[in-house]
Design a protein around this ligand. Structure first.
Ligand code: BGC
Length: 421
């Protein structure tokens, strides 16, 4: 149990994160199209591929069911957002990260859906009415099918479509925003969709992956300029997937070198290129990773989450310190969490994380907020519905929301830091 929570400033942003596609339901994107042709295949192959997972037996029936791989109605957040924001408020959160779904806003090239824009206007107002700061994400991997049919971010020339979308959103909501995230995890998207080839469009082509990655740098820079022109005060960043990468044998110089190269390629390359177009650094932290001198991952076997991910939540402290030293910009954690259906490890994870945050704040590392991934159980991309990341569990049939015990604990911790409550 944390005692004091003294280090957190009054205006610290406390909250949770979501992504439009994973919660809203009913969007027609390149992912929804891909799911339709891949669900059967995933149901037939995933149980074997993931046979090593800790709760494999329990999860097996879901993994083997093609319906697990269809986002479909999502968790109907598009319709139920008022209820979800009430929960957020009940949990004492004062910030919330959400996504705008490009495919809804511009379902056909150049045709804007005014009803959808109106929906997001109401959505943002509903957050503000509750005293919750909206953190808007422009792009969280999903796109209109007409855009992916043109080759999406594979072509520099296609950036004009993204810019036009960014301009429209900036014109509509730029004035209302304090924080905007242009892109979610460009490194993960470029590698999973273009190098490893597990996600649509499933190209396994390193050169194309690099091209996409570079185009995303430019996409961010242009979106930054677009938003700044509308509102010079808006604070802009990306949601960067950053790992706390460590040498398995820290005394071995070869090991340290390999780890530094890996960290540069994964963590710093993109941020270095965009450092002049970032007002803060948005950080998604999930992993502390130990690598040997050949770059192979050599993590301890325990503890792991339901997804089998090794968990060392306190690693966020070292990561924040490193990012702060490197960029000297405010740091906002915009994702952090674990898949834990039975809520056995989430409180421990949160407690370790908050301790690490207190420690770095005490050393004047400028962390301005912590947004947990996720507010609600949601559609976990290729894995589908079985991984449960929510502070709030969602019954996928009734759509009933139930606050998990760890979330109540988290809310208590937040309450201790907020003098305005
Ligand atoms: C992504 C989320 C995802 C989470 C858990 C992050 O990389 O931004 O969309 O659900 O990780 O895997």
């Amino acid at each position: 149990m944390l005692k004091a929570m003294k280090q957190f400033p009054d205006d610290f942003l406390w909250g949770a994160s979501t992504a439009s596609y994973q919660v809203e339901g009913g969007a027609h994107t390149q992912w929804s199209v891909w799911e339709q042709t891949n669900a059967e295949h995933l149901a037939a192959t995933e149980p074997k591929r993931l046979s090593w997972l800790p709760r494999q037996e329990e999860i097996q029936p879901q993994m083997s069911d093609p319906a697990n791989y269809i986002c479909g109605k999502g968790i109907e957040h598009y319709e139920r957002y008022e209820t979800d924001f009430d929960i957020l408020q009940q949990l004492h959160c004062n910030a919330f990260r959400f996504g705008i779904e490009w495919a809804r806003v511009e379902p056909e090239e150049g045709r804007w859906d005014e009803l959808v824009i109106g929906h997001y206007r109401g959505y943002i107002a509903a957050l503000k009415r509750r005293g919750i700061v909206p953190v808007l994400t422009l792009w969280h991997w999903t796109m209109p099918v007409w855009f992916t049919n043109k080759g999406a971010f594979e072509k520099r020339d296609n950036l004009k479509y993204f810019e036009r979308y960014a301009q429209r959103i900036a014109d509509e909501f730029g004035q209302d925003m304090r924080y905007v995230i242009t892109l979610n995890e460009p490194n993960v998207y470029a590698s999973f969709s273009y190098v490893i080839g597990e996600w649509p469009p499933q190209h396994k082509n390193v050169l194309q992956g690099l091209k996409v990655y570079k185009n995303l740098v430019v996409a961010h820079q242009r979106a930054y300029a677009i938003f700044k022109a509308v509102n010079p005060d808006v604070q802009i960043s990306v949601a960067a997937q950053l790992g706390d990468t460590r040498a398995k044998s820290p005394r071995n110089p070869a090991n340290r070198l390999v780890v530094n190269i890996a960290a540069y390629a994964w963590n710093w390359w993109f941020l270095d290129k965009c450092r002049d177009t970032m007002d803060f650094i948005g950080i998604n932290y999930y992993f502390t990773e130990y690598r040997d001198w050949l770059g192979r991952i050599k993590n301890p076997k325990q503890p792991v989450s339901d997804l089998g991910w090794y968990m060392e939540p306190s690693g966020v402290g070292q990561l924040l310190t490193t990012v702060w030293k490197r960029y000297q910009k405010p740091l906002l954690i915009v994702e952090n969490g674990l898949a834990d259906e039975h809520d056995q490890q989430r409180q421990w994870w949160l407690s370790e994380t908050l301790k690490a945050l207190e420690q770095v704040l005490a050393k004047d590392v400028n962390v301005i907020g912590y947004l947990h991934w996720s507010l609600l159980d949601n559609f976990e991309w290729r894995y589908g519905w079985w991984p449960k990341f929510g502070l709030v569990s969602v019954d996928h049939t009734t759509m009933q929301r139930t606050i998990r015990p760890s979330a109540y604990w988290f809310a208590d911790q937040i309450q201790k830091t907020r003098s305005d409550l």
